[in-house]
Write a protein that binds this ligand. Structure first.
Ligand code: NDP
Ligand code: PYC
Length: 334
């Protein structure tokens, strides 16, 4: 079955409203989940609805939270998500973040006390739509072994970057600093498919391709020690520095990996024009030379697959499998 973006968003929002989320939370969540499904990012699409509902039911997230903005002064502003989800907190902070980055050259938004389950690229894209570059990161909960270690400690700690391209889709990458997002492991488990080698170790620290053993053991960082160091940076900047939980602390507070974790998020917005002022060349034109040299070699840019999926979904509707439609029907009736 296919659904228009608006229809699917209305259905998902209705499920969340029925589960007790207020309008602010339900609307922001349905936007990000349907965007994931629209762009064929299934590990953070409608598959996440049940996780959200479980987290609400367990009382681990405030379904009626209203985020509060502290505009601060200078380059740093803050949104207290009040124990609600990260997405409405980001939406609240975005206009001031963009205004401040245009004024000062760069600005940072710290989101505190939020439950986080989402992909980061929707936030990165929202910043590039303002003509700004973006860097976004957050911890998760301890499910990944540091390189050379054997036990879960780091989170899957996503890192996303965006560069605005006038008249084109922005350059955006967004990935977990583990080899794959945990959502991918869960999707393999549900499909009864083995994992590729090199994704995980079991509880004894031995390499495994069994998703169940991987979920009970530890995931591995991408690029060995390099991914491990970047993941540690995310813990330091988006956990320790903003006065929020690191991944081991988030797991300790939640007590399980079956619910969405609560911690903080760091969002940086940068003005290419202000950084390049007084230097030779237009930064956007120079970026095009670089990006087109990449595609000129036959390589693809990150997000190219996603933009193609989006164009197809917008033109033809978002295609869902029968089991996914049944899930929506069931959740809407609950
Ligand atoms: P992937 O490995 O699927 O993709 C990562 C990025 O690499 C995407 O931007 C993708 O673009 C790009 N890419 C993939 N293949 C190529 C290629 N051949 N050439 C160029 N670029 C390529 O991502 P992950 O599984 O690591 O993460 C998936 C999502 O999970 C992310 O959105 C992340 O934010 C989210 N996540 C969220 C967490 C949280 O705590 N909230 C924790 C961990 C992950 P494209 O999409 O076009 O393929
Ligand atoms: O896919 O790794 C993941 C993840 C963790 C929290 C949200 N997504």
């Amino acid at each position: 079955m296919t659904f228009s973006v608006a229809t699917l968003q209305a259905r998902v929002e209705a499920i969340f409203r029925r589960a007790g989320l207020n309008q602010v939370q339900a609307a922001a969540l349905s936007r990000v989940i349907v965007a994931g499904e629209r762009d064929a990012c299934t590990s953070h699409g409608i598959y996440r609805i049940e996780g959200v509902l479980r987290t609400v039911k367990a009382g681990k997230v405030k379904a009626d939270a209203l985020p509060v903005l502290d505009r601060g002064e200078g380059a740093i502003l803050r949104v207290d998500a009040g124990g609600g989800f990260s997405n409405p907190a980001f939406e609240l902070g975005l206009p001031v973040l963009a205004e401040r980055a245009r004024e000062l050259g760069l600005a940072a938004l710290a989101v505190n006390d939020c439950t986080h389950f989402a992909a980061l690229w929707p936030e990165v894209e929202a910043i590039t739509e303002q003509g700004l570059a973006a860097l976004v990161m957050c911890p998760s909960y301890a499910t990944v072994a540091p390189a050379g270690g054997t036990r879960p400690l780091l989170g899957t700690n996503p890192l996303a970057f965006g560069w605005p391209r006038p008249g084109r889709d922005p350059y955006v990458f967004d990935f977990a600093t583990s080899v794959a997002a945990r959502g991918e492991i869960e999707l393999h488990r549900r499909a009864g498919k083995p994992l590729p080698e090199g994704w995980a170790i079991d509880a004894e620290g031995e390499p495994t391709t069994d998703p169940v053993a991987a979920l009970g053991g530890a995931m591995l960082t991408f690029g060995g020690h390099k991914g491990s160091a970047i993941s540690t940076m995310v813990e330091l900047l988006a956990g320790v520095m903003i006065g929020d939980l690191t991944s081991p602390e988030a797991l300790e507070a939640l007590g399980t990996t079956t619910l969405a974790p609560r911690h903080g998020e760091l969002i940086l917005a940068l003005s290419p024009e202000m950084f390049a002022a007084g230097r030779p060349g237009d930064p956007f034109a120079r970026a095009e030379v670089l990006l087109q040299a990449i595609t000129g070699q036959g390589a693809r840019l990150p997000s190219a697959r996603r933009y193609a999926a989006r164009a197809k979904s917008v033109a033809e509707g978002i295609a869902l499998m029968a089991a996914e439609v049944e899930l929506l029907d069931r959740l809407q009736e609950q």
